[in-house]
Design a protein around this ligand. Structure first.
Ligand SMILES: Nc1ncnc2c1ncn2[C@@H]1O[C@H](COP(=O)(O)OP(=O)(O)OP(=O)(O)O)[C@@H](O)[C@H]1O
Ligand SMILES: [Mg+2]
Length: 170
């Protein structure tokens, strides 16, 4: 039994299956539960197991207050991605992403959502080519609408040939 998590054997088994599957292909695991039932506890455990396996874990824990802030979760998810990965993006994608992340002044009326989404996909695909990438979101229901997949549930479209989306939601 891992310290900090009591019980939850079935859910931890699902986490292990998800980590196996996302090492070989693309996988999504969504764990839903009522307030206070232990979602964040499991999420932390899953993240640490993914890290122990050598995965690159990109995380976001959006809050209700952030749900109206454009690209807040995108900034969280990409916080651990180094500058070289940004520099390798095609120019229009890099420019749009840097505007979305408030690292560059917008020209005109702000970043083009399509270019931002394309940049995010390009980055994740390139990172996934080097190893397992896990996008870990706690409280998915508070993702801002301009976050990648910022809808009620993770998008079934595969963002990368391998890797995974791990989401906790109410
Ligand atoms: N399986 C567990 N083992 C040990 N402690 C747990 C477990 N599940 C929950 N807890 C404890 O219960 C409390 C609430 O858990 P947690 O924050 O993970 O729930 P949550 O579902 O994320 O809540 P919220 O809906 O508020 O986000 C925490 O103090 C946590 O340490
Ligand atoms: Mg929680």
């Amino acid at each position: 039994m891992p310290p900090g998590v009591v019980g939850r054997e079935a859910q931890l088994l699902e986490v292990e299956r998800f980590l196996d599957a996302s090492a070989a292909g693309f996988a999504v695991l969504v764990l839903e539960g009522d307030a206070g039932i232990g979602k964040t506890t499991l999420w932390r455990e899953a993240r640490s197991r993914a890290g122990e396996r050598g995965a690159l874990v990109l995380s976001s824990r959006p809050s209700a207050a952030e749900a109206k802030l454009s690209f807040a979760a995108l900034a969280d998810l990409l916080a651990r991605v180094d500058g070289a990965a940004f520099a390798a993006l095609p120019g229009p994608q890099r420019d749009a992403l840097e505007v979305a992340l408030l690292r560059r002044r917008p020209v005109g009326k702000g970043p083009d959502s399509r270019a931002v989404a394309a940049a995010f996909l390009t980055l994740i695909r390139r990172l996934a080519a080097d190893g397992q990438v896990i996008l870990a979101v706690d409280d998915w229901q508070w993702l801002d609408r301009r976050a990648p997949g910022g809808r009620r549930r993770p998008d079934p479209v595969r963002p990368a040939p391998r890797g995974g989306v791990l989401a906790m939601a109410e």
